[in-house]
Design a protein around this ligand. Structure first.
Ligand SMILES: [Zn+2]
Ligand SMILES: [Zn+2]
Length: 156
Protein backbone atom coordinates (compact mmCIF):
# COMPACT_ATOMS: atom_id res chain seq x y z
CA UNK A 1 0.00 0.00 0.00
CA UNK A 2 2.94 2.35 0.55
CA UNK A 3 3.25 2.94 -3.19
CA UNK A 4 -0.28 4.29 -3.48
CA UNK A 5 -0.42 7.76 -5.04
CA UNK A 6 -3.76 8.36 -3.36
CA UNK A 7 -2.55 10.32 -0.36
CA UNK A 8 -3.91 13.48 1.13
CA UNK A 9 -4.77 15.34 4.27
CA UNK A 10 -5.93 18.54 5.87
CA UNK A 11 -4.51 22.01 5.48
CA UNK A 12 -2.55 21.98 8.74
CA UNK A 13 -1.14 18.46 8.34
CA UNK A 14 -2.45 17.03 11.63
CA UNK A 15 -4.53 14.48 9.69
CA UNK A 16 -3.16 12.49 6.75
CA UNK A 17 -4.67 9.57 4.84
CA UNK A 18 -3.88 7.08 2.14
CA UNK A 19 -6.30 5.03 0.02
CA UNK A 20 -5.35 1.82 -1.73
CA UNK A 21 -7.43 2.85 -4.73
CA UNK A 22 -10.15 5.30 -5.67
CA UNK A 23 -13.66 4.70 -6.93
CA UNK A 24 -16.03 7.06 -8.71
CA UNK A 25 -15.38 10.80 -8.37
CA UNK A 26 -18.50 12.96 -8.18
CA UNK A 27 -19.83 16.31 -7.17
CA UNK A 28 -22.90 16.44 -4.94
CA UNK A 29 -25.15 19.48 -5.12
CA UNK A 30 -27.17 18.67 -1.97
CA UNK A 31 -27.55 21.39 0.65
CA UNK A 32 -25.72 19.31 3.26
CA UNK A 33 -22.62 19.02 1.09
CA UNK A 34 -22.71 22.76 0.42
CA UNK A 35 -22.84 23.47 4.14
CA UNK A 36 -20.30 20.81 5.17
CA UNK A 37 -17.67 22.01 2.71
CA UNK A 38 -18.48 25.71 2.65
CA UNK A 39 -18.42 25.32 -1.10
CA UNK A 40 -20.92 25.32 -3.94
CA UNK A 41 -21.06 21.51 -3.96
CA UNK A 42 -19.37 18.54 -2.31
CA UNK A 43 -16.47 17.08 -4.34
CA UNK A 44 -16.08 13.44 -3.31
CA UNK A 45 -14.31 10.31 -4.48
CA UNK A 46 -14.84 6.86 -3.03
CA UNK A 47 -11.77 5.74 -1.08
CA UNK A 48 -11.05 2.01 -0.84
CA UNK A 49 -9.07 0.71 2.17
CA UNK A 50 -8.54 4.18 3.57
CA UNK A 51 -5.79 4.30 6.19
CA UNK A 52 -5.26 7.28 8.52
CA UNK A 53 -1.50 7.70 8.43
CA UNK A 54 -1.31 10.67 10.83
CA UNK A 55 -3.96 11.60 13.35
CA UNK A 56 -7.61 10.92 12.60
CA UNK A 57 -10.60 13.02 11.68
CA UNK A 58 -13.19 14.23 14.13
CA UNK A 59 -16.77 13.54 13.02
CA UNK A 60 -20.08 15.33 12.90
CA UNK A 61 -23.19 13.19 12.38
CA UNK A 62 -24.98 15.18 9.72
CA UNK A 63 -27.91 12.72 9.72
CA UNK A 64 -28.95 9.41 11.22
CA UNK A 65 -27.23 7.65 8.31
CA UNK A 66 -24.07 9.64 7.65
CA UNK A 67 -21.23 11.51 9.29
CA UNK A 68 -18.70 14.04 8.06
CA UNK A 69 -15.01 13.82 8.94
CA UNK A 70 -12.88 16.93 9.41
CA UNK A 71 -9.63 18.01 11.02
CA UNK A 72 -10.30 19.18 14.57
CA UNK A 73 -7.20 21.39 14.45
CA UNK A 74 -7.78 23.35 11.23
CA UNK A 75 -11.34 22.47 10.17
CA UNK A 76 -10.57 21.08 6.74
CA UNK A 77 -13.45 18.86 5.53
CA UNK A 78 -12.08 15.38 4.76
CA UNK A 79 -14.82 12.76 4.41
CA UNK A 80 -18.43 11.86 3.93
CA UNK A 81 -19.06 8.47 5.54
CA UNK A 82 -22.33 6.61 5.26
CA UNK A 83 -23.98 3.69 6.98
CA UNK A 84 -22.48 0.43 5.79
CA UNK A 85 -18.86 1.53 5.91
CA UNK A 86 -18.33 3.57 2.77
CA UNK A 87 -15.86 6.43 2.91
CA UNK A 88 -15.94 9.28 0.43
CA UNK A 89 -12.84 11.48 0.45
CA UNK A 90 -12.96 15.21 -0.32
CA UNK A 91 -11.24 15.55 -3.69
CA UNK A 92 -9.58 18.85 -2.80
CA UNK A 93 -7.91 17.18 0.20
CA UNK A 94 -6.01 14.77 -2.05
CA UNK A 95 -2.37 15.65 -2.64
CA UNK A 96 -3.16 15.41 -6.34
CA UNK A 97 -6.84 16.22 -6.97
CA UNK A 98 -6.29 15.75 -10.70
CA UNK A 99 -6.34 11.99 -10.03
CA UNK A 100 -10.07 12.27 -9.28
CA UNK A 101 -11.71 14.26 -12.04
CA UNK A 102 -15.48 14.14 -11.40
CA UNK A 103 -17.49 11.97 -13.77
CA UNK A 104 -21.02 12.63 -12.48
CA UNK A 105 -23.15 15.21 -10.65
CA UNK A 106 -25.70 14.05 -8.08
CA UNK A 107 -28.61 15.65 -6.20
CA UNK A 108 -29.24 18.37 -8.77
CA UNK A 109 -32.42 19.56 -7.00
CA UNK A 110 -30.35 21.66 -4.55
CA UNK A 111 -27.90 22.94 -7.14
CA UNK A 112 -26.98 26.61 -6.79
CA UNK A 113 -28.20 28.15 -10.04
CA UNK A 114 -24.94 29.97 -10.78
CA UNK A 115 -22.72 26.90 -10.79
CA UNK A 116 -23.35 26.14 -14.45
CA UNK A 117 -21.87 29.51 -15.40
CA UNK A 118 -18.67 29.34 -13.34
CA UNK A 119 -16.44 28.17 -16.19
CA UNK A 120 -17.55 31.14 -18.30
CA UNK A 121 -16.62 33.80 -15.71
CA UNK A 122 -13.98 36.32 -16.73
CA UNK A 123 -10.51 35.40 -15.43
CA UNK A 124 -7.91 37.78 -14.02
CA UNK A 125 -4.60 36.42 -15.30
CA UNK A 126 -1.78 35.98 -12.78
CA UNK A 127 0.59 38.90 -12.64
CA UNK A 128 -1.86 41.56 -13.77
CA UNK A 129 -2.87 43.08 -10.39
CA UNK A 130 0.13 44.81 -8.74
CA UNK A 131 -1.53 44.94 -5.29
CA UNK A 132 -2.28 41.22 -5.41
CA UNK A 133 1.22 40.40 -6.63
CA UNK A 134 2.62 42.35 -3.67
CA UNK A 135 0.51 40.33 -1.25
CA UNK A 136 1.48 37.05 -2.93
CA UNK A 137 5.16 37.98 -2.69
CA UNK A 138 4.83 38.39 1.09
CA UNK A 139 2.92 35.15 1.76
CA UNK A 140 4.65 32.53 3.90
CA UNK A 141 2.47 29.43 3.63
CA UNK A 142 1.76 27.36 6.74
CA UNK A 143 -0.17 24.81 4.69
CA UNK A 144 1.10 21.23 4.79
CA UNK A 145 2.82 20.32 1.49
CA UNK A 146 1.14 17.96 -0.97
CA UNK A 147 3.11 14.89 0.14
CA UNK A 148 3.67 12.89 3.30
CA UNK A 149 6.20 14.32 5.74
CA UNK A 150 8.28 12.62 8.44
CA UNK A 151 7.61 15.38 10.94
CA UNK A 152 5.04 18.14 11.10
CA UNK A 153 4.79 20.97 11.92
CA UNK A 154 8.26 22.22 11.06
CA UNK A 155 10.07 24.50 13.54
CA UNK A 156 9.06 28.09 12.97
ZN1 LIG B 1 -5.65 20.08 10.03
ZN1 LIG C 1 -24.45 15.83 -0.82
Amino acid sequence: MSASPYTGGCQCGAVRFRAERLGRPSICHCRMCQKATGGFYGPYVTGHNVEWTRGAPKHFASSNLARRGFCAECGTPLTYEYEGGGVELCIGALDNPALAAPVIQVNPADKQPFTDGLAALPTRPDGTDPEMEDVKARVVSYQHPDHDTAEWPPQR
